[in-house]
Design a protein around this ligand. Sequence first.
Ligand SMILES: CC(C)(COP(=O)(O)OP(=O)(O)OC[C@H]1O[C@@H](n2cnc3c(N)ncnc32)[C@H](O)[C@@H]1OP(=O)(O)O)[C@@H](O)C(=O)NCCC(=O)NCCS
Length: 468
Amino acid sequence: MASSLSTRSLLSASRSRAAWGRASRFSTSAPVNSALKERLAQLIPQETEKVKAVRAEHGKKSFGPVLVDQLYGGMRGLPALIWDGSVLDAEEGIRFRGKSIPECQAELPKAPGGSEPLPEALFWLLVTGEVPTQAQVAELSKEWAARAAIPKFVEEIIDRCPPTLHPMSQFSMAVTALNHDSAFAKAYQDGVSKKEYWGPTFEDCMDLIAKLPNIAGRIYRNVFGKGKLPAIDPSKDYSHNLAALLGFGDNEAFVELMRLYITIHSDHEGGNVSAHTGKLVGSALSDPFLSFAASLNGLAGPLHGLANQEVLIWLRRMQSKIGENASDEAVKEYVWSTLKGGQVVPGYGHAVLRKTDPRYTAQREFALKHLPDDPMFKLVGQIYNIVPNILLEAGKAKNPWPNVDAHSGVLLTYYGLDQMQFYTVLFGVSRAFGVAAQLIWDRALGAPLERPKSYSTEAIAKMFANKQ
Ligand SMILES: CC(C)(COP(=O)(O)OP(=O)(O)OC[C@H]1O[C@@H](n2cnc3c(N)ncnc32)[C@H](O)[C@@H]1OP(=O)(O)O)[C@@H](O)C(=O)NCCC(=O)NCCS
């Protein structure tokens, strides 16, 4: 009797949860017919077969030994994940679906009169592996503009944050709250079949990307007192709208910078902290908003995305200490003082790369074209000639070369976006493209719950006690 009562109460609790879900979720998205979704639906069966064939043929083959050092050493180099969207080569840098950054710049559709790739095109490439047409990209811009509005209560959450709360914390909070309207969470409650997971995941991912400019713009204007947010212009591309929401829509060079910025920061294979966190949390079938909010919390760490803020703070401190137009000797001394103080040189080093990051090079080329005489750009160039030798001499860092974060803040500062606490938010807007593409494919291919094995030090000691 007791057990049937508790079963009944459990059932009614779950029914009322489902009813709550239906009553409280409302769609803020305009209904849209996505060509990207149609193309994805065509690709899923063949990709599923490809994975099946690879697993059938190679599933029991080994990558080689796992070293105990890898367990203690942050899993560096441990083969553990699959992601087709982008692959990182230690020497050459990132390729998005096989295309290097210069190839993306050459081949992906651009805005009329522009020379940088449109992030809409990069997203299409990440999701399908194909270069879209100009018309497909234009449709994506329109679709994201149609989905861009954020619920009133999310606006209120952002507005209630004290300006002293870091923009990344506000960003993560607002993205978490978008889960209120998750199509995936609702479909799951309604009993969607596993085969259909990818559909509502795709809808959520499109909503997520579309809504980020409104969230980022609102945080920027609130924290830095920049007045009221303008409306999204449905005739403009994503980067133009993002720039306009930040107050830089009239500056075509800044808009071009946003197109380049979002493209190159979008994805960096599957193992980096933000990409992997999104995948890990998504593997529990947490919806894309919850999964990406977790990514953002990882991106907010100073060894990952927050490094772009740290670089600017470090450069400013350097300038205040040794002055502008400082000699190489003075810069060297400052770099050494950073290392001797037990700190890292932000913007230098990488867990995988062993050469200058091509994302750094792409930004340097942008600077050479648009701001060749800027003093901060010159300082970044001067540091490039100094830091690698010092890191080599110090002898610890495996990669003495600059990464993406060594350059991005200087470009933003040049155009007047000099509030460095905001820089990682822009990185976050961009990283959503890669995390979203990965979440869609993980649901389409039925990726399982992630659950690696952990060991105690005692177990390791015993395991190898009498072995060479
Ligand atoms: C990116 C980063 C976290 C990679 O870490 P990693 O894979 O552990 O790097 P390494 O294997 O080269 O680290 C070996 C040692 O060199 C040090 N090192 C690496 N990069 C360094 C740097 N830029 N400045 C000073 N020391 C550095 C590490 O802190 C580590 O020291 P430890 O042995 O005392 O712990 C690291 O290079 C770093 O902290 N860079 C600065 C922050 C940054 O720019 N982050 C953005 C990355 S895209």
